[in-house]
Design a protein around this ligand. Structure first.
Ligand SMILES: Nc1ncnc2c1ncn2[C@@H]1O[C@H](COP(=O)(O)OP(=O)(O)OP(=O)(O)O)[C@@H](O)[C@H]1O
Ligand SMILES: [Mg+2]
Length: 229
C-alpha cells in the first residue's frame, strides 16, 4: 500500500519537484507513472525509497510512515521493494552474478540461499549464460535485465521500474514489460515509470500522469475516469 496525502517535495536548491500529491496505490496493482521530462517521476520513486524526504504532507509505503521514518528503519523499508533505476546503477567491476548476489549479501542472506537464487533469477530474465560477464560488455537491454534480476532477487512486495530513455529497442522493451506483468500476476505491486504514450494505450493499465510536479490525471485500468486538475 502506497498513500500520498498532500505531499510536496522541494530539492535543497529550491526546485519544487512535487506539489500537493494525493494518491493511493493498493497492494497488487499495476500502475504506469507517466509525464514529460522533469515532471517529477523519478523524484516520486526516490520518495518511495526514502532516498529523498517529503517537504510536507504524509507518505505511507508498505506500513512505513516515510514523513517521519527513522534512519535505522530505512533498510527494513527497502527490503520490501525492488527497484530498476533509470541508469541501472550496476557495479562495473563486479560480474553479472556478483551484481545480483550483492543485493542479497547486503541484507545478510545465507550463502547457500544466494547460490541457489541468483542463477534462478538470471534465468528468469534470460541471462543464465552471462553470469560471468561484466556489465560494460553487455548491451543496454541486457544491463537492464541484470538490474531486473537484482530488483527481484529478495522477493519484494513492490517493484519499481524507472524506464531508461531511448537505449533499448521496442521488442526488448515489450519483453521487459511482459516480465513485469508476470511479476504483477504473482501478486506484487508494480510501478512502471514511462514516457511512452504508445505503451500506455496498448496495455490499458492504470495511468498516473504528472506534469510540472502536479498529478494531472489518474485513469483506471479499463477506461478514462477520475480526471483531477
Ligand atoms: N538533485 C536535484 N536537485 C535539484 N533539482 C532536481 C534534482 N533532481 C531533479 N531535480 C529537478 O526536479 C524536477 C523533477 O525531476 P525528476 O528527475 O523527478 O523528473 P522526471 O519526471 O523523472 O524526468 P525524466 O523523464 O527526464 O526522467 C526537475 O525540474 C528536475 O530538474
Ligand atoms: Mg526520471
Amino acid at each position: 500500500m502506497i498513500q500520498f496525502q498532500n505531499v510536496s517535495m522541494a530539492y535543497p536548491d529550491g526546485t519544487v519537484a512535487l506539489r500537493e500529491i494525493n494518491l493511493a496505490i493498493g497492494d497488487g496493482e499495476f500502475v504506469f507513472l507517466a509525464g514529460p521530462s522533469g515532471a517529477g517521476k523519478t523524484t516520486l520513486t526516490r520518495l518511495l525509497l526514502a532516498e529523498e524526504r517529503v517537504s510536507s504532507g504524509q507518505l505511507e509505503v508498505n506500513g512505513f510512515r516515510l514523513d517521519r521514518i527513522r534512519a535505522r528503519q530505512i533498510p527494513h523499508l527497502r527490503r520490501t521493494m525492488g527497484v530498476v533505476f533509470q541508469d541501472f546503477k550496476l557495479f562495473n567491476k563486479m560480474t553479472v552474478y556478483e551484481n545480483v548476489a550483492f543485493a542479497m549479501r547486503v541484507i545478510g542472506e545465507q550463502r547457500a540461499v544466494i547460490r541457489k537464487r541468483v542463477p534462478f533469477f538470471l534465468d528468469v530474465v534470460g541471462l543464465g549464460d552471462k553470469a560471468k560477464s561484466f556489465p560494460e560488455k553487455l548491451s543496454g537491454g541486457e544491463q537492464q535485465r541484470v538490474a531486473f534480476a537484482r530488483a527481484l532477487v529478495n522477493n519484494p512486495s513492490l517493484v519499481i521500474a524507472d524506464e531508461p530513455t531511448g537505449n533499448i529497442d521496442h521488442i526488448l522493451r515489450d519483453e521487459l514489460l511482459e516480465l513485469l506483468l508476470r511479476i504483477n500476476k504473482l501478486g506484487k505491486t508494480v510501478l512502471v515509470v514511462t514516457h511512452d504514450e504508445e505503451l500506455l494505450k496498448r496495455y490499458r493499465k492504470r495511468v498516473i500522469q504528472l506534469e510540472k510536479g502536479r498529478l494531472v490525471s489518474d485513469t483506471a485500468a479499463s477506461g478514462r475516469t477520475g480526471e483531477t486538475a
